[in-house]
Design a protein around this ligand. Structure first.
Ligand SMILES: [Ca+2]
Ligand SMILES: [Ca+2]
Ligand SMILES: [Ca+2]
Length: 495
C-alpha cells in the first residue's frame, strides 16, 4: 500500500493569525532562527480508528510560521526528504489505508518560517490504527416452495445488506459477478438491489447451474468475505415469434403434469415446432418482483398463460403492469383462468376493462346483482356456443361437470365474443334465469397497439364431449401466435 494513499479528508484551515505566532519579532543582523514545531493528538494514544484527527502548531523566535510540511511513514519509519507535503492547515482528519485489520504509521510534521527555513527537528507521533472489514449478505433470497435448489428463467433480482463495524456509511462499494465471467460490476454503497438481465447470463439456451458472487469493500480498502448464491437457470428457447408458456396451474406438491398441463404443452409445442419457453410456476415459484416480470417479458412476443383451476392465478398480480406494457407495445397474450373475473377479482378494473374486455358491472347472477359471483357449473346439458357464425361446429361441451365458470358481460364494441352460453336442453336448473344472452366466457380483442388478447374464463381442458377440444384450443392460441407472426417484430423495451 503506497503511502501516497493517505487522504487529507478535512483541510480544516484554522489559519488565524495566532496559529502562526502572534507578534512580529524584529529580525536583526543575526542569522534567521528556525521555527519550532509542536504536535498533539486528540484522544488517547492506544489503538485508534483509521480516521484520526491530528493537531499541530509552530512558533518562530524571530519571524512568523508560514506553513508546515507533513508526511506519514509506515511503522515507526523515519521521515523521507522527498515525501514532505506542504500545507497551511494545523488540524486535519486523516483516513489511512488499513485493509488488513491493524497497522502502525508515523506522522511527521515540521514548521516553515517566513524565510522558508524548516524546523531541523521535525515532530513525530506513532499511531496504532485499526480498521475492521465490512460484511455483506444476500437478503430475501429466492426459494423453491417445495425445497431444493431454486430455479428460474435467466432473470433474477438480488438484494443484499452490508454492514461495517465502523458504520454502514463507511462502505465504499460492492462487487457483484456471475461465474463464467458473463457479468461483473462494481456498485456504490447505495446500490443494494440489482436485476440480472438475460444478457448477463451468456448462453441461456440450455439449463445451467449458476453462481453469483458478492463482496464488499469499505472506504479504507478492507474487503469483507465473499458471499454467493447458486441456483439453476432454466433455458430460454424461442422460435419466431418468441412464445412464453406460463403454466400457472398446479395441484398437490409433486408437480405432476395435469390434463391442462399436457393440453397446453401439446398445443403450444405443435404451433411453435417445440420452440417455446416454459415458465412452470409451481416449479420456479412466482415472480418475486414486478421488475423481474418486466425483464422477462422483454424477450417475448407472445404469452400463453393458463390456470384453469379454482385457485387464484396470483402470479398474474406481480406481472400485471409488465403485461400491460407488453400489450401496449403491440404484443399478444392468451389468458385462460377461472378466477380472474368476479368476487375474487385480483386484477384491477382498468386491466379487466381495457385488456380483457370485461365490463366493470360484470354480474352473472341477474337475480342478485349485489353479489358479483360468476361461478357457474356447466353440466352436460349446457353447450358453450361458438360466437363465430362461420364456425358453428366449434361449440364446446363438458363431459361431466365444469365448475367455477365465470360468465360476465362486456359492452366494449371492440371485443369479439368467442364463446357464449347456450342452454341446449332448455331446462337446466343451474343456468336458467342466471346467465343472459349477452354473457360471455371467452373473448378476443385487438388492441389499439396492434397486439391481441384472448381471454377465456372456462375450463377448456374439460370441454371434451364433442371431441373438438384440442382443435378449438389450437385455433384460439394459434390466432394469438399468428397475430404476432404476421406483425413485424419489434424490440419491446420495458425500460
Ligand atoms: Ca525564523
Ligand atoms: Ca471498516
Ligand atoms: Ca402445472
Amino acid at each position: 500500500m503506497g503511502m501516497r494513499r493517505w487522504i487529507l479528508l478535512l483541510g480544516a484551515v484554522l489559519a488565524i493569525a495566532c496559529a502562526f505566532g502572534c507578534s512580529k519579532k524584529v529580525t536583526g543582523l543575526k542569522a534567521n532562527q528556525p521555527p519550532v514545531t509542536r504536535l498533539f493528538l486528540a484522544g488517547p494514544i492506544d489503538t485508534i480508528s483509521y480516521r484520526v484527527r491530528l493537531h499541530w502548531s509552530g512558533d518562530d523566535p524571530d519571524g512568523d510560521v508560514a506553513g508546515f510540511e507533513i508526511q506519514f511513514q509506515p511503522g515507526d519509519g523515519a521521515f523521507v526528504d522527498s515525501a514532505w507535503k506542504r500545507t497551511t492547515a494545523v488540524d486535519s482528519i486523516f483516513a489511512l489505508p488499513i485493509p488488513n485489520g491493524a497497522a502502525t504509521f508515523t506522522f511527521w510534521v515540521r514548521a516553515i518560517d517566513n524565510q522558508e527555513l524548516r524546523d531541523p527537528r521535525p515532530q513525530h507521533l506513532l499511531l496504532n490504527l485499526r480498521n475492521r472489514p465490512p460484511h455483506v449478505e444476500f437478503i430475501n433470497i429466492p426459494r423453491r416452495p417445495q425445497g431444493g435448489i431454486y430455479r428460474f428463467l435467466p432473470v433474477l433480482s438480488l438484494q443484499w445488506s452490508g454492514t461495517d463495524p465502523e458504520g454502514a456509511n463507511t462502505i465504499r462499494s460492492y462487487h457483484l459477478w456471475l461465474d463464467g465471467g458473463t457479468f461483473d460490476t462494481l456498485l456504490t454503497q447505495s446500490d443494494t438491489v440489482l436485476t440480472l438481465r438475460m444478457e448477463h447470463f451468456g448462453d441461456v439456451s440450455v439449463e445451467r447451474s449458476r453462481t453469483v458472487y458478492l463482496s464488499v469493500t469499505d472506504e479504507d480498502g478492507a474487503v469483507g468475505d465473499t458471499t454467493s448464491f447458486t441456483w439453476t437457470v432454466k433455458p430460454y428457447t424461442v422460435g419466431s415469434p418468441r412464445v412464453l408458456l406460463v403454466d400457472d396451474y398446479f395441484e398437490g406438491t409433486d408437480n405432476k403434469l395435469t390434463e391442462q398441463d399436457n393440453m397446453y404443452r401439446s398445443v403450444v409445442g405443435a404451433l411453435t415446432g417445440n420452440r417455446y419457453t416454459i415458465y412452470d410456476v409451481q416449479d420456479f415459484n412466482r415472480f418475486r418482483f414486478s421488475r423481474d416480470a418486466a425483464e422477462l417479458l422483454r424477450h417475448f412476443d407472445v404469452i400463453v398463460w393458463y390456470n384453469e383451476g379454482g385457485a387464484l392465478p396470483l402470479n398474474l398480480v406481480a406481472a400485471v403492469d409488465p403485461i400491460t406494457a407488453f400489450l401496449d407495445a403491440g404484443h399478444s397474450m392468451y389468458l385462460s383462468a377461472l378466477s380472474v373475473v368476479g368476487q375474487d377479482q385480483i386484477l384491477d378494473g382498468n386491466f379487466h376493462r381495457h385488456y380483457l374486455g370485461v365490463d366493470s358491472t360484470f354480474c352473472a347472477d341477474v337475480r342478485n346483482p349485489q353479489v358479483p359471483d360468476c361461478n357457474f357449473t356447466l353440466t352436460a346439458r349446457i353447450t358453450v356456443r361458438s360466437g363465430n357464425p362461420a364456425a358453428p361446429n366449434d361449440s364446446l361441451a363438458v363431459k361431466g361437470l365444469g365448475n367455477n365458470v365465470d360468465f360476465y358481460t362486456t359492452t366494449d364494441s371492440t371485443v369479439k365474443e368467442l364463446y357464449v352460453p347456450y342452454d341446449q336442453a332448455g331446462d337446466d336448473t343451474t343456468l336458467n334465469g342466471y346467465v343472459r344472452a349477452d354473457h360471455v366466457c371467452a373473448v378476443t380483442r385487438t388492441l389499439p397497439s396492434g397486439g391481441r388478447v384472448t381471454f377465456a374464463s372456462l375450463p377448456l381442458y374439460k370441454m371434451i364431449r364433442f371431441g373438438n377440444r384440442d382443435a378449438v384450443v389450437t385455433r384460439l392460441v394459434g390466432s394469438i401466435v399468428q397475430n404476432a407472426r404476421t406483425r413485424p417484430l419489434r424490440t419491446h423495451n420495458s425500460r
